[in-house]
Ligand binder design. Sequence first.
Ligand code: GDP
Ligand code: ZN
Length: 448
Amino acid sequence: PESGRTAATIAAIATAPGRGGIGIVRVSGTKLLDFATALSGRQPAARLATLAEFKAADGSVIDSGLLLHFPAPQSFTGEDVVELHGHGGPVVMKMLLARCLELGATLAEPGEFTRRAYLNGKLDLAQAEAVIDLIDAATAAAARSAVRSLQGEFSRAVNGLLEQLIELRALVEATLDFPEEEVDFLEAADAVGRLGRLQQRLTQVFDRAQQGRLLHGGLHVVLAGQPNVGKSSLLNRLAGDDLAIVTSLPGTTRDVVRSTLQLEGIPLHVIDTAGLRETADPIEQIGIERSWREIERADVVVLLVDACTGVGEADRAIVAQLPRHLARVTVHNKIDLAGRTATSTDDADGVTIALSARSGDGVDLLRQALLRIAGWHPAEDVFIARERHLRALQQTRERIEQAQAQLPRLELFAEELRLAQLALATITGEFTADDLLGEIFGRFCIGK
Ligand code: GDP
Ligand code: ZN
């Protein structure tokens, strides 16, 4: 990370758009004391909330509220930060922002505050990603694990691995300078033992990150079946008391094609293929296309059939349309009508569960099957993680395996270790390409 750089002053409304009790405009830049003084008519004390009048250029009052001044480097961004806590109306917020722009600030880009925090060494990259993951968290468990990452738990695990790796590299590099001692080195430094311990720890971190990725991305389920087999009833049953059936894909106005529920804190994104019928309505078509794209990326298909009739031609036709890689759960619904008991069986075609969406009998078997397919094992110490992190950990793992295969050729061994370190360090962002940063911070909201 760079530090001590002089950056343009940026400003943005930091609170969500709309009406609220309080709205906050946040400003970050270099030497903002004059800026704050011009805005409020007096010099604010550092890190002390003071009641102030926010004034227009002609001295008239735009709003009154709290003014905060955080001098660098003790601020979120590491620069001077000024916060105006005013009344949370869209018009007054816009007027306050306009006043800040008039005083020389430029409008912040999405994620620019957090990006600056990263560039100034306030957060590493995994922590910066956790900021947005916390804001976007779909469940309480996801929020808790995002906070763990934000507080550096993931980064500490990665840094611990890096330390082990660097230690080993240092030993190897030192030996390379004294070729006659190469053979002794392997014994004396316990290179093989060290490598084994590193691998073991790497596997642990990978496992935790995998759980974290699940909390971040959730499990994508496609719900298929003929009309009236009980898809909506099952969805409602899975949602339980949790009134979380909320999200429909933006653009779809008719059917709720996608809902998000949760399963032990894991976001469960359910796409109901009932909404995917052929249509001439262009708006509906857009939603349907989007749903198909989601289906491509889904993890599991839950095929619902009537317990009295079982899987028929029409059901097989639906399944034939779906991507092959999907894990399959077949649900025989309405066992209360068929006079059957709830069961769960596993065979080559996947899991088959007999249940009643109406009575709830057997629905837990379905929940367990989905958690099993997801690879979830409950743990309290999960930190949030993304695909990017898993890929980096996987690359590190492969490099270390390569290193092992190179022994006793120390030069090649050392080179693989160097590459392993590079791969691992991309997680916290020590060596990270600019376009990756753009991609990560571009997904933030403005004002964050
Ligand atoms: P969908 O068209 O697949 O979404 O099916 P619905 O969920 O709308 O259910 C169709 C009908 O079947 C409704 O009248 C439900 O009450 C009924 N139903 C759904 N599940 C069960 C069940 O497990 N047992 C019984 N007896 N009826 C059910
Ligand atoms: Zn339905």
